[in-house]
Design a protein around this ligand. Structure first.
Ligand code: HEM
Length: 235
């Protein structure tokens, strides 16, 4: 085994993989949120953005494969660390004293699993059209752009989130994603060796701050649609 693969197999190496893949996934979540927030600027803006992405062709596929690989590494390494932890302590503590840890840190694996389930549901919903298939089909046919036929992503999002069950399921998923990120972002500092006491405040605040921005940004979309503030022109 090379030194590189030995390092990755160690617990420190695994934590480094978690930190770096986590940062890359956070970059995606932020960029995706900024793109989606264009729903507040009206159909032309968000549809033009969606079409630009769809027109990337092979570049889009390279980005998708890259994202999937990073995501797979993050989940696989988390699972490996979790099982190694369990094996090191086969009998759990009789009494858990949660003094040094936070609720978010103790529930990382479970919030992670729920975020994973959300992503599968989300892909079935907006990318594959297996959830709310009628809306998906309708909006795939609906919008013609100057460079060819493109789906009406704006109408798909609006019609999708008019269902209270769908909108609220997204809100709950964002809250759990926020819980996951609030611990994940702060622990990246630790893993990358930013342990100076001068950085303690930044380290503690960064996770909750990033999580709050993402929860508010992502929840604002389904909630604004559910409340009828966005999408008045869509029947
Ligand atoms: C309210 C929040 C969100 C909205 C409105 C939203 C909207 C969308 C839409 C409309 C698409 C399909 C784009 C198209 O086919 O043109 C999409 C794809 C996707 N979304 Fe989201 N999204 C949200 C949150 C998230 C979150 C939190 C994650 C990850 C944690 C995520 C991950 C993805 C992925 C991986 C894809 C597939 C991208 C691709 O096909 O290449 N989304 N989203």
């Amino acid at each position: 085994m090379s030194r590189f693969t030995t390092a990755l197999g160690s617990s420190i190496g695994a934590k480094l993989v978690m930190a770096l893949t986590g940062l890359a996934l956070l970059g995606f979540v932020l960029a995706h949120m900024i793109g989606n927030l264009q729903v507040f600027a009206g159909p032309e803006k968000i549809n033009a953005y969606a079409h630009t992405l769809q027109n990337l062709g092979p570049i889009l596929w390279a980005m998708r494969i890259g994202l999937l690989t990073i995501f797979g590494l993050h989940v696989w390494t988390a699972f490996k660390l979790w099982t190694a932890n369990k094996a090191a302590r086969p009998v759990p503590y009789a009494v858990v004293v949660p003094s040094a840890s936070t609720y978010a840190s103790r529930t990382m694996i479970w919030s992670g699993f729920i975020v994973l389930a959300f992503i599968v549901y989300h892909l079935l919903h907006f990318t594959l059209g297996a959830v709310q298939g009628d809306i998906f089909q309708q909006t795939r046919e609906a919008w013609t752009a100057a460079d060819g036929k493109h789906p009406d992503v704006y109408a798909m999002i609006v019609r999708g989130f008019r269902s209270p069950a769908v909108a609220l399921s997204y809100v709950v998923a964002q809250l759990l994603l926020g819980l996951h990120l609030s611990h994940g972002v702060s622990s990246v500092f630790q893993t990358l060796g930013f342990t100076s006491p001068r950085l303690a405040c930044v380290k503690k605040a960064a996770g909750p701050l990033v999580a709050t921005v993402i929860v508010i940004g992502n929840c604002s979309i389904p909630l604004a649609i559910l409340l009828g503030l966005v999408g008045k022109g869509v029947n």
